[in-house]
Ligand binder design. Structure first.
Ligand SMILES: [Zn+2]
Length: 565
């Protein structure tokens, strides 16, 4: 808590640039000279508009994640949505913590304590506000992702890595390739809270969202949110809110089909939904996924249990609406985490766009498509198989092959858990593809061997499609699989593992994208060296270049000619 306590002190001077070791508070104007801060207002705007644009190594050492209390207070007074999800305020006089956009009357400055995470606020004894609902703040993993390790840890926690008896911080740290003490230190530094507190807060906020937005029975809410028992769930809520969970339920929550759960997932605007849909539509595997009436629908499978999801854009709520039809509520957090990843909801897109706009080549592309996201994948194995199928052929051809694979090997989804009659099968599991005697696909033998190798590697290592170590280590590990070359490994790292610095530099679409901007052809080596300045967000640069390839919006691309290693 040491770092955290520093900015709990309301008497702290707002001009911290001299003492702060990190670039968080290093203010530079456009000419690169240090700015003399003229006013608090200016400082606030500067901080808010020009936050962390840093290399990883700088950030791992950064002192803290928040601007000074005065700046936070300004944001609160003006209900500045730009700090939503990045800052929470605890109000000492009420014991409640809020988002900066809370419609309630602004509390006095001396009553305010500012936190970098909801968990830090709850750790300090504050309970979530029932008006602004901290559980609906955008979950900005990539912001905290300025520490790579923290953002990866958050992704795993979101999937339940600290829920249940068999899990521990020690195991989590091991999966991330760091020591337990280092992980705790990074969490304190970036979030102001320990990993366990973050997991507990996540459970409470998740439960609160289910209570508010669904009609799910309380026993199911308790299970869905990762509380081991109804008793523990009730106790936690009584402690925190001084009332039972059922008292928080709104009378008018909409009644849905029996198995359906509907949630809103907020993002940080802007969000280029059209490009996201176009990307997914071009790659939609028949029988598994489709874009229909502006919505994305697909079948899903987790640990042998099957169901469906439907995702739509709620533009005026800056959210995606997610409808889930799935038999096991305990897997809802995992489903929501996957949806977030697939639709890249954790991106602090303003910061990313600003960073990429500093490059003259990318600036016009970012201006044309603000809020362009880097689509993820539903499942790591699925993305890897599709990447192998897509080697050296067009997106449309790869899609056709994937469709054949589904028809031959995909299990059938029970009728009551389907959302569209044409979507009746799930993507085959690694287990299934490793055990079949014949894939039944007419593709080169090298590609068939690669598919088998991917299935066997995924079975041998359940964490194969999880982040581990640096991006270079992740790619090197994938390349040890037979048939996975640099392009395929980078592509898997980008879409499945969500390495936002992954960059498949040999991709023909990327090279065409560059050529379309200035008319000059470039080489993969040149592109790679050019991309150095786009770090740590080269994946977004790639997305912009793909989108620039040709005149059509988000035209699908074909893959590089030589990507089989
Ligand atoms: Zn509030």
């Amino acid at each position: 808590m040491r770092e955290h306590l520093k900015f709990l002190n309301p008497n702290l001077s707002c001009d911290r640039k001299a003492s702060a070791p990190s670039a968080v508070f290093r203010l530079e104007n456009k000419t690169g000279r240090e700015n003399t801060v003229q006013s608090l207002e200016e400082l606030a705007i500067d901080h808010v508009r020009k936050p962390l644009v840093l290399a990883h190594n700088e950030c791992e050492n950064s002192d803290m994640e928040l601007p000074s209390p005065e700046i936070c207070y300004r944001a609160l007074e003006s209900r500045d949505s730009r700090l939503d999800g990045l800052m929470f305020v605890g109000v000492a006089s009420t014991g409640i913590y809020c988002r900066p956009i809370c419609p309630a009357r602004t509390p006095k400055f001396e009553h305010c304590k500012f936190f970098a995470s909801a968990a830090a606020a709850q750790d300090a004894g504050f309970r979530p506000c029932l008006r602004c609902r901290p559980e609906t703040a955008p979950d900005l993993a990539s912001w905290h992702g300025t520490s790579n390790t923290v953002s990866r840890a958050l992704a795993l926690i979101a999937e339940g890595a600290l829920d249940g008896d068999g899990n521990s911080v020690e195991k989590l740290a091991a999966r991330l390739g760091v020591g337990e003490r280092q992980l705790r230190r990074l969490f304190l530094q970036h979030l102001g809270a320990a990993p366990i507190s973050v997991a507990q807060t996540r459970r409470v906020l998740f439960a609160k969202q289910f209570i508010h937005e669904t009609q799910m029975p309380m026993t199911e809410v308790a299970m869905a949110a990762g509380f081991g028992s109804l008793r523990r769930f009730n106790e936690t809520f009584l402690n925190l809110f001084q009332r039972p969970p059922s008292a928080l339920r709104r009378k008018n929550s909409r009644k849905l089909k029996e198995h359906d759960v509907q949630l809103r997932l907020r993002y940080r605007p802007p969000y280029d939904w059209d490009c996201m849909l176009a990307f997914l539509q071009a790659r939609a595997v028949p029988g598994v996924e489709m874009v229909n009436g502006g919505r994305y629908i697909r079948t899903v499978e987790i640990g042998g249990t099957m169901g469906s999801i439907e995702v739509s854009h709620l533009i005026d709520q800056q959210s995606l609406g997610v409808k889930i039809r799935f038999p096991d509520v305990r897997l809802l957090p995992a489903i929501v985490a996957r949806v977030r990843r697939l639709f890249d909801l954790g991106a602090d897109i303003e910061t990313i766009d600003r960073h990429l706009s500093a490059d003259p080549v990318l600036a016009p592309l970012v201006a044309r498509r603000p809020g362009l996201r880097a689509p993820g994948g539903w499942d790591g194995f699925e993305i890897a198989v599709r990447a192998v199928l897509g080697q050296q052929i067009s997106v449309a051809a790869a899609r056709g092959l994937a469709g054949q694979l589904i028809a031959l090997h995909g299990h059938s989804v029970p009728k009551s858990f389907r959302m569209h009659p044409d979507l009746s099968r799930v993507f085959p599991t690694a287990n299934r593809l490793a055990s079949v005697s014949s894939m039944g696909l007419r593709i080169p033998i090298t590609r068939l061997r690669a598919l088998k190798a991917v299935a066997e590697a995924a079975l041998a290592d359940p964490n194969l499609f999880r982040p581990f170590g640096s991006i270079e280590q992740t790619v090197a590990r994938l390349r040890t699989i037979h048939g996975i070359g640099e392009w395929t490994a980078q592509y898997i790292a980008l879409r499945a593992i969500r390495e936002m610095d992954a960059f498949p530099s040999t991709d023909i679409g990327l090279l065409r994208g560059v050529a379309s901007i200035n008319g000059n052809a470039t080489s993969a080596a040149n592109l790679l060296s050019r991309a150095e300045s786009w770090r740590p967000w080269r994946a977004y640069a790639a997305q912009h270049l793909w989108a620039a390839d040709g005149s059509a919006i988000c035209k699908p691309t074909t893959h590089a000619a030589s990507n089989v290693g």
